[in-house]
Each structure stands twice: as C-alpha cells, then as structure tokens.
Write a protein that binds this ligand. Structure first.
Ligand code: FES
Ligand code: FES
Length: 162
C-alpha cells in the first residue's frame, strides 16, 4: 500500500492503494464517480482525465505514477452547481445520450479547446479520435463543440497547466 498526495479538481487530497492500482479506481474510490470505465484497456476514452494538463486514459495509469500531480476530472468542469458553457452546449445539442462516454468527451473537448479555442471540424475530429460514443454517432458531439463558436461563447479553461 502507498499513500500519495495529489490535487484533484483543485483540492489537495491523499490517495491510498496498491502502487499498481489503476488511477481510474483510485479516483472513483474518493467518491468522484463521474469518470467512467468503458473498455478498461485504453481504447475507448471513457476514463479520460487531465493529468498535469495532459489528456490521458486513467485506466492505464498506475497510482504510483501520480505523486504530486494535478488531476482534473469531469467534476472539475462545472462552477459549483452551474454547468460551464461546454457542458451546456452538450446538453442543448444532444451531445450526451446514455452518458457513459460523456465525461471523457467533455474532458477531451476541454483539452482540445484549450489548444484550439475555435477548432475546425477536422481539429475536433482529431481531438476526439481517442473517444468513442455508441449512441450519438459523434455528429451531435461535434456539433456541441461547434455550437460554442456559433453562439460566440468564450470557453473558460480549467487547468492552469494546459
Ligand atoms: S476505460 Fe479507459 S480507455 Fe476505455
Ligand atoms: S452517449 Fe452513450 S456512449 Fe456516448
């Protein structure tokens, strides 16, 4: 067993577990169950998080590797109970259906928007290439991101290290 300190959604917390425990499980064990497990093999992106500003699959990261890291999960996107503009856009455009892929899509979109504030359709497709959705056929998800620009919404970035 190890115990390490991380910053999870702007709060310093301790994570305790086997060194090889998947970060996905360590995060969910804190009660932050927004991050989902899909394939468990690094293929679907459902477990996407931001780790020190990088987009990663938390099912592939062992707990032992994240000492002192900054972690952002879907719970870190809303401002209190208020959804941020990206989340509202997913809601308005039907970008979320069953919701299993949605936390990962929102995190991957956040990473994309921090790099390209007004992404082209190609950049959106590339940015979400590691995230799969079995419900929407991806079109509504792409439109959810494009909708931000149509409305002239400014996207508020969430990770100081991005
Ligand atoms: S659950 Fe991690 S990539 Fe699918
Ligand atoms: S909304 Fe169901 S898998 Fe994407």
């Amino acid at each position: 067993m190890i115990q390490i300190e991380v910053t999870l959604n702007s709060k310093k917390i301790k994570l305790k577990g086997h060194p090889m425990e998947r970060l996905l499980d360590s995060i969910r064990n804190t009660g932050a169950i927004g991050t989902k497990e899909g394939c468990g093999e690094g293929e679907c992106g459902a477990c996407s998080i931001l780790l020190d500003g990088k987009l990663v699959n938390s099912c592939l990261i062992p707990l032992a590797q994240v000492e002192a890291c900054e972690i952002i999960t879907v719970e870190g996107l809303a401002e209190g109970k208020k959804l941020n503009s990206l989340q509202q856009s997913f809601l308005q455009c039907g970008g979320a259906q069953c919701g299993i892929c949605t936390p990962g899509m929102l995190i991957a979109s956040t990473y994309l928007l921090n790099k390209f504030p007004i992404p082209s359709r190609e950049e959106i497709k590339e940015g979400l290439a590691g995230n799969f959705c079995r419900c929407t056929g991806h079109t509504k998800i792409i439109e959810s991101i494009e909708n931000l620009n149509k409305k002239g919404c400014h996207y508020e970035g969430v990770c100081s290290k991005l």
